[in-house]
Design a protein around this ligand. Structure first.
Ligand SMILES: Cc1cc2nc3c(=O)[nH]c(=O)nc-3n(C[C@H](O)[C@H](O)[C@H](O)COP(=O)(O)O)c2cc1C
Length: 149
């Protein structure tokens, strides 16, 4: 089993690129990883460490490729008490529902018993043309927190 499973939710690829960039960084410091662009419950082990990177679409919603996973987790009341996770959102402050996708995903995981490591990162893509940059800064601190947890 890999140390960290990166899971992206995306429509046009920005969150996927961020997840891929972070995967490279994690590999460089010795973590083994697996990456899933969109996911369903039967593809995942509900333990260990997940890093969720998702944009927001519609009116504050999780993108379609990640929605099934979160619906399944809620509906099947999955036990996530052995799961730790990191949470990164991409969104635009032009919307009232800024980063609603990661806010919902974070709530669902914690409701099912998962433990979030570190703060949730919410990247405003109108402010950060290269969302990989703030994500990389956040990752450095997340790695320290993971090692100390
Ligand atoms: C139709 C549409 C709806 C969107 N809705 C929201 C929203 O409700 N909240 C938000 O923060 N960003 C919203 N966004 C902005 C996207 O989350 C942002 O552009 C993000 O970088 C897209 O990443 P992706 O290519 O990985 O999907 C929306 C964008 C589009 C095109």
């Amino acid at each position: 089993m890999s140390d960290i499973t990166l899971i992206s939710g995306s429509t046009l690829g920005s969150a996927e690129y961020v997840a891929e960039h972070l995967e490279e960084k994690l590999n460089q410091v010795g973590f083994t990883t697996e990456i899933l662009h969109g996911a369903e419950l039967d593809e995942l082990k509900c333990e260990g460490i997940w890093l969720i990177v998702t944009s927001t679409h519609g009116a504050g919603e999780i993108p379609d490729n990640l929605l099934p996973l979160f619906k399944q987790i809620e509906q099947q009341k999955v036990d996530l008490s052995h799961l730790k996770f990191g949470a990164i959102g991409l969104g635009s402050k032009e919307y009232d529902t800024f980063c609603g996708g990661i806010v919902t995903a974070d709530r669902i995981l914690q409701d099912r018993g998962a433990k979030r490591i570190g703060d949730r990162l919410e990247i405003d893509v109108t402010e950060h043309e290269i969302p990989e940059d703030p994500a990389e800064v956040w990752l450095e601190n997340w790695i320290i927190l993971l090692k100390n947890d």
